[in-house]
Design a protein around this ligand. Structure first.
Ligand code: ATP
Ligand code: MG
Length: 339
């Protein structure tokens, strides 16, 4: 049994304009010590997938289906008390925006201590010591003094470290990191990724890393899910995504990688808009933006199917020969640029 099994996850929001299907049939498994990268444009359902797994959507306007089993316990259907016990303790999340998830009127140290005291029967002295250790583990300098500071006294990078410390303080088995480094400068980004890698090795922690940045994915992920319009477009090992990508959307994402070798950074976005999740396009959701679209793509929904041996799933009507040819062309283009 995998550590986490996500099966046919669906999340719908009721809005004034109608029902938004933000997540539409996402499945994956996560093993101990593994890192899964989730990439895709803004609005593709990355955050909602993870918020659904964590049980953090607003129940008043949200309906979820499917399952997310942590060691066999379905987080979607388990009782609220068990969920609270697992959340933060076995599975924790680093949120996209650190300012919204830190309480501005509480000292940093106390917020870390609360995260411990919710789950563990320890004294205040022990919880304070754990808070200081957690701050040190994410390399916050002068942790003993800074523990009594408020969030606004910390820089963006330091606040992000506090968020990571808070997620890691109970040594969870799984950490979901939602764009943990986007707001940070490149040096701090690299430091934080190194740190998470190190903690992962020490603790065999599994990580779900949500990011826009394919460079980050290349660096940290074992497996990658490419999301498009609330669905999985492609799911494969990191090597297959970068060397044998089989979906036109993935080709587009790879083609829009910034070129570090040029003085002017090229960011060639995929033309067109992401699909509406209120009224998704018929057939393949990517067809309106796909240069390879055929008639069938406009009418029939492609299923997520294996390509070749091993784990490599993709949702595209193109024939295998075309996929291999275009995949090779994309990869050759990248390598040419890199040389
Ligand atoms: N509470 C909500 N009510 C209604 N719609 C929502 C709600 N939360 C998210 N959505 C919609 O669900 C879709 C998926 O959102 P999600 O936040 O998962 O995107 P994302 O892939 O994380 O994007 P980003 O890269 O910008 O963070 C979007 O169209 C968003 O507008
Ligand atoms: Mg998001």
């Amino acid at each position: 049994m995998a550590l986490l099994e996500v099966e046919n996850l669906k999340t719908r929001f009721r809005t004034d304009d109608g029902v938004v299907t933000a997540v539409d049939g996402v499945s994956f498994t996560l093993e101990k010590g593994e890192t899964l990268g989730i990439v895709g444009e803004s609005g593709s359902g990355k955050s909602v997938t993870c918020l659904t797994i964590m049980g953090l959507n607003d129940p008043r306007n949200t309906v979820s289906e499917g399952a997310a089993r942590l060691d066999g316990v379905d987080l979607l259907t388990t009782d609220p008390e068990s969920l609270r016990a697992l959340r933060g303790m076995r599975i924790a999340m680093i949120f996209q925006d650190p300012m919204t998830s830190l309480n501005p009127v509480k000292k940093i140290g106390w917020q870390l201590e609360e995260a411990v005291l919710v789950h563990r029967d320890v004294s205040r002295k022990e919880s304070r010591a754990l808070a200081i250790d957690a701050m040190k583990s994410v390399r916050i300098p002068r942790a003993e003094q800074r523990i009594d500071d408020y969030p606004h006294q910390f820089s963006g990078g330091m606040r992000q470290r506090v968020m990571i410390a808070m997620a890691l303080i109970n040594e969870p088995d799984i950490v979901i990191a939602d764009e943990p480094t986007t707001a940070l400068d490149v040096t701090t980004q690299a430091q934080i990724l190194d740190l998470m890698n190190e903690l992962q090795r020490e603790r065999e922690m599994a990580i779900i890393m949500i990011t826009h940045d394919l460079g980050v994915v290349a660096e940290v992920a074992d497996e990658v899910i490419v999301m498009y319009g609330g669905q999985v477009a492609e799911h494969a090992s990191v090597d297959d995504i970068f060397y044998r990508p089989r979906h036109p959307y993935t080709w587009g994402l790879l083609g829009s990688l910034p070129r570090l070798d040029l003085e002017v950074e090229r960011l060639e976005q995929i033309p067109g808009q992401p699909p509406s999740l209120l009224n998704p396009p018929s057939g393949c959701r990517f067809h309106p933006r796909c240069t390879f679209a055929m008639d069938i793509c406009r009418t029939e929904v492609p299923q997520l199917l294996p390509f070749g041996e091993g784990l490599h799933l993709q949702r595209c009507w193109l024939d295998d020969a075309t996929k291999e040819r275009e995949s090779a062309r994309t990869v050759a283009g990248l390598q040419q640029e890199a040389s």
